[in-house]
Design a protein. Structure first.
Length: 289
């Protein structure tokens, strides 16, 4: 398989065939994100995509899922996506689920009917990075979206009958706005009612605008205790039902996972135990992106 640069995929796509149909991210301005900093956004050409599908047809017959990389594969024009999905259906008949990252702008560039058309061709899961429900935080992070614009995108995904997985980023507001960020994010997640929520903890990446500010000491992150308080506040204000809540990424000090609303109290109790020192946190040296 020929990839352009390093490939990033959600942890739950570890067993998927990764087919890269775009390189980089069409936005690529978020101050906290170093994922595609060294990649100029481009659509991969037919030859590159066909070659990778042919490779998968030959060597990946036992894998039943496909993840389309990179950062916002859904930004491709609908006709191009239909062509790619049709090829995957034809040449990889064992594939049961196709997933991709989609930013809110890419989602809004499609109608609900177009998203439903892709669903018929195998699209199942859309990963959307909300990061925060607080407009002040989104603006400072140059996310290029507001909470409302991302809510509109999330509603389109749900209306098309697709599985919506939403990522939020603890610590992004810094120490001073931490709890407002948590409450606003919980409020927006409640309105989005996604199928899955992944809460990651911000880790500064040298060379990114926000990472460099943290490392220079001009942006103060909450400490581990503050991040747990933020996680707690987020959970308290997230009132969804039948949602998988995951804060077990390697960046988290306290790996927790459970169903909302069923396991909410258990997860809150575990955070409280950690806050009072009765549960050991993941060592700083063991945290990773
Ligand atoms: S966070 Fe997402 S939208 Fe922002 S630059 Fe990174 S990949 Fe692009």
């Amino acid at each position: 398989m020929h990839y352009d640069g390093i490939i990033i995929r959600p942890p739950s796509e570890a067993d998927s065939i990764i087919i890269q149909i775009t390189a980089g991210c069409s936005h690529n301005r978020c101050t906290f994100c170093g994922a595609y900093k060294n990649k100029q956004f481009r659509q991969r050409n037919n030859e590159e995509i066909n070659e990778n599908i042919a490779f998968a047809a030959k060597y990946c017959a036992r894998q039943h899922r496909v993840f389309l990389a990179d950062g916002d594969a859904l930004i491709l024009p609908q006709s191009r996506l239909v062509e790619i999905f049709t090829q995957i259906c034809t040449r990889l008949p064992q594939v049961r689920r196709i997933s991709l990252y989609a930013n809110a702008k890419a989602i809004r560039s499609k109608t609900v009917e177009q998203l439903a058309e892709l669903k018929k061709l195998g699209l199942n899961r859309v990963y959307l990075g909300l990061e925060s429900g607080d407009d002040q935080v989104l603006s400072a992070a140059i996310k290029g979206e507001t909470a409302d614009s991302m809510l509109a995108a999330a509603r389109q995904v749900k209306e098309a009958g697709l599985f919506l997985s939403v990522t939020v980023l603890l610590g992004l507001a810094g120490a001073t706005r931490s709890l407002i960020h948590a409450r606003e994010t919980g409020r927006v997640l409640t309105q989005m009612a996604p199928n899955q929520i992944a809460a990651l903890m911000f880790m500064p990446i040298p060379g990114t605008e926000l990472g460099d500010k943290v490392l220079a000491g001009v942006f103060q992150l909450p400490d581990s205790h503050g991040l747990l308080e933020e996680l707690r506040e987020l959970l308290v204000h997230t009132n969804c039902d039948r949602v998988q809540f995951m804060a077990n990424h390697a960046s988290n000090y306290l790996p927790i996972t459970g169903r909302l609303s069923r396991n909410k109290n258990e997860m809150l109790q575990l955070i409280d135990q950690a806050l009072t020192g009765r549960v050991i946190l993941r060592a700083e040296s063991m945290r990773a992106l």
